[in-house]
Design a binder for this molecule. Structure first.
Ligand code: GLC
Length: 549
């Protein structure tokens, strides 16, 4: 468990994982009930998205109490049981720490609103402009202004996300001490890792109008961010062996990530960056429909692979999470080549240099939600953008076409356990619609089937443990400009691996720039792969070749 280069993390969105009490919402007991399934998959850690007390305006990313479990998700005893049972199976728990902001229902914010100066200085307050408009033109990530006016102070507070998520003032040392105490509290409960939500946004720079954009350049990778992370590390998780930490880095730069996740920088173990998941955006604009730029995808993935390696820094590698659409719908095929494309995409991630993350349901090839009615959407960002796009004059149909591709609810539909009603997720009414394709796409149909997507993920998790080259090898792109193929080589003295993937539903030929003598196929998504000097690749065909000397 301790070598995080050989580890695989499984992300759970508890609300949509398994409901054991029939209220339509998943809870911690549901996670405990499925530990054997996760053990079968072979993962080392579970990252649980927030289950703390919260009004749930952003599904728990609006925390009202960092030390208590929201009764909707269970009790502290449930958490302790989960931790114990996971430990017995060699699985560590990672918690999601949302320290850029608190819910406005948090006691600190409530005291701030009541005028307590100590707590007022926990948040970021500014006077409006002389004409009464917000202090800067910064935009909330969920749409609209990033400032909310409070008449009793004649001041605005900053919220980079929803207006019920007030940004904490990390320049106040008391705030930094508070978050450290929260970390120590959970470490005391045996937690083995932390994921830090949008943590590169916590150090704000200058508060000025952004003439070029939405304000992000003033608070992303801000002026004291490395100091704050080092301080947190030294005061908490850095004191214990083997705690895995990952920072969610919003719109970050690679140069900053060299430090965030550098082997010697004493900040974090690894980082999530998202540039490779913006290849179907227009710049930073997500609410558009543009085809994915495959060359750009390779450029970004490969430059992060080689750049981070050159600086001895470590990546988290992933396609999916609770904020991203399902990868098989996004870069694969939901139809005829569903299975092949899901396996191909898995192979690409799992052989990279970095720690792979699997998001619940990815391992069975779950697809986008397909919601085409506003009543089906739950996500605050999607609901806000529905309104914003409509106000710009877009037809409802066009708005739904965009949401069907980009909405975060695409990945939040309940986990598909079996073919029964509600996919075995709940006996009640699910809080968000179940994808009707649960009749065919479900875990029960896949766990015992050696040809399933689940079995392929299991084999990939195993492969990382069996082959040091995946955890430790160098990374070299192969034939990067090929129009349809993504291929790379990993190498260590004595062990080499080549991963070749056709990203399209059309067959193609690929000429290997390497001599393939001595290589054997370790995994493939077709039964009879034929690697050679010139390989004919079938739709979405993928091969993982290994050579040992
Ligand atoms: C992160 C989370 C996302 C949340 C946001 C605000 O991006 O992954 O779900 O809405 O931070 O906390």
């Amino acid at each position: 468990m301790s070598d995080f280069r050989k580890s695989v993390v499984y992300q759970i969105y508890p609300k949509s994982f398994l409901d054991t009490n029939g209220d339509g919402l998943g809870e911690l007991k549901g996670v405990t009930a499925k530990l054997d399934y996760l053990k079968e998959l072979g993962v080392d850690y579970i990252w649980l998205t927030p289950f703390f007390v919260s009004p749930q305006n952003d599904n728990g990313y609006d925390v009202a109490d960092y030390r208590s479990i929201d009764p909707r998700y269970g009790t502290m005893a449930d958490f302790e049981e989960l931790s114990r049972e996971a430990g017995k199976r060699g699985i560590g728990l990672m918690l999601d720490m949302v320290f850029n902001h608190t819910s406005t229902e948090h006691e600190w914010f409530q005291k701030a609103l009541a005028g307590d100066p100590k707590y007022k200085s926990y948040y970021i307050w500014k006077k409006g402009k002389p004409d009464g408009s917000p202090p800067t033109n910064w935009e909330s990530k969920f749409g609209g202004s990033a400032w909310e006016y409070v008449p009793s102070f004649d001041e605005y507070y900053l919220h980079l996300f929803d207006k019920t998520q007030a940004d904490l003032n990390w320049d106040n040392p008391d705030v930094r001490r508070e978050v450290q105490e929260v970390l120590r509290f959970w470490m005391g409960k045996g937690v083995r890792g932390f994921r830090f939500d949008v943590v590169n946004l916590v150090s704000k720079g200058e508060f000025a109008d952004d003439q070029q954009g939405d304000g992000r350049r003033f608070y992303t990778d801000g002026p004291r961010i490395h100091q704050y992370l080092r301080e947190m590390n030294e005061a908490t998780f850095g004191r214990e062996e083997g705690i895995l930490t990952v920072g969610e880095m919003s719109s970050t730069s690679m140069e900053n990530c060299f430090q965030y996740a550098g082997a010697d920088s004493r900040e974090l173990s690894m980082v999530f960056s998202f540039h490779h998941l913006k290849v179907d955006f227009m710049g930073n604009e997500k609410w558009v429909l543009v085809p994915a730029d495959f060359q750009r995808l390779k450029e970004i993935l490969f430059s992060w692979q080689t750049g981070m390696a050159a600086h001895n820094a470590w990546n988290a590698v992933f396609w999916c999470n609770h904020d991203q659409p399902r990868v098989v719908s996004r870069f694969g095929d939901e139809g005829e080549y569903w299975k092949q494309s899901a396996k191909m995409l898995a192979g690409v991630i799992h052989c990279l240099r970095g720690t792979p993350y699997i998001y619940q349901g990815e391992e069975i090839g779950m697809t986008n939600a397909g919601f085409a009615d506003l009543s089906q959407y739950r996500d605050v960002e999607s609901l806000n953008h529905f309104r914003i796009l409509r106000d710009k004059g877009m037809s409802e149909e066009s708005v739904y076409n965009i949401l069907k591709v980009h909405s975060r609810d695409n990945s939040r539909t309940p986990m598909q356990w079996d073919a029964s009603e509600n996919a075995g997720f709940t006996s009640g009414t699910p809080w968000i619609g179940v994808n009707p394709n649960c009749r065919t796409i479900n875990a029960a149909a896949q766990v015992g089937d050696p040809d399933s997507i689940f079995s392929y993920y299991k084999a990939l998790v195993r492969l990382r443990k069996d082959c040091s080259v995946i955890a430790r090898g160098d990374f070299t792109p192969l034939d990067q400009s090929h129009p349809a193929v993504l291929a790379y080589k990993r190498s260590l003295p004595g062990e080499e691996l080549i991963c070749i993937s056709n990203f399209y539903r059309k067959g193609c030929t690929w000429k290997c720039p390497e001599d393939l003598t001595g290589y054997a196929v370790r995994l493939s998504n077709y039964p009879d792969p034929q690697p050679g000097r010139e390989t004919a690749l079938r739709p979405y065909e993928s091969m993982i070749l290994l050579r040992r000397k």
